[in-house]
Design a protein around this ligand. Sequence first.
Ligand code: NDP
Length: 332
Amino acid sequence: MEYRFLGSSGLKVSALSFGSWVTFGDQMDVEPAYECMKTAFDAGVNFFDNAEAYAMGQSEIIMGKVLKKAGWKRSDLVLSTKIFWGGEGPNDRGLSRKHIFEGANAALQRLDVDYVDLIFCHRPDIDTPIEETVWAMNLILQQGKALYWGTSEWSAAQIRRAYDFARREHLIPPTMEQPQYHMFHRDRVEGEYAPLYDEIGLGTTIWSPLASGLLTGKYNDGIPDDSRLALPNYEWLRKMFETEETAQRIEKIKQLMPVADELGCTMAQLAIAWCLTNEDISTVILGASRAAQVTENLQALEIAPQLDGEVQERIEEILGNRPAEEQNWRGM
Ligand code: NDP
């Protein structure tokens, strides 16, 4: 396993990590969740991602039970939760001091741990002053309930405002952001956030590297019965994929598959390896509905070094984004 610093912090996270969205609770109970996490942990994964919203708290309960069963040393783990959607009550969502305090306490109880390493503001809350949120996160860290705090899907301007306020008030600034990033969703990570990596030392824990499975190629000929897009509670997600844009993406995936073949890897491994080659990514959070997918996806680590300039150029051409010579950020 490769370990990367989380931005400019001293914390090292495995370059590939594992998250529980959709899967824990809706697709898996404790046993299969244990198999997935153990497969990941045995390969050196140290970061396991969660959120209060996932399966309405069930995901944290399942992860807590897996941790108990596995008995791993706490210092070998980097655990996270994310706060925003904690329930139906007027104060159960958002980033008020009250919900951050109560949400964090409830998450710790469900995970059955004394602290999480990372706590994220799962979305921006336009109804709460950023200053209140920064103060609340500072409080959670001072209380030892979390060690680093960050954001998820905040704009660069919102992150900068939180950072500047924290610095001015001698509070702990955000360390990391959790954005969506994959071959078809790049602008924010590669463009909007670009100045933040050097200027404030922002780390990134990126989500949906396979675009919910699309980038495995499994949806090229329709929706398999045993896949995420066929799940009864996720019609909303399936609807998001029933677009002309998705049809065009599938055509590109069909052209990318021969590139994977030539490298001797699967389409999933190519897509994950591609994320790994971006040095501004601290960790790529994998999702999997079974342990065999974890095993397959972890092998992307061996594929990443094969994505040299020539391969990257072919991928860029297929994706049809920008001329390859503009891709300096990839360190080609
Ligand atoms: P991916 O885009 O990698 O999708 C993972 C899903 O794709 C799996 O659950 C599985 O679904 C399918 N899959 C994975 N590997 C394979 C394979 N080798 N072959 C075939 N199918 C495969 O990641 P996620 O969308 O799950 O996101 C990863 C993590 O990121 C989440 O668990 C969560 O921790 C975090 N996240 C954060 C968000 C945020 O707002 N901050 C939002 C979303 C995710 P199936 O088998 O059921 O088809």
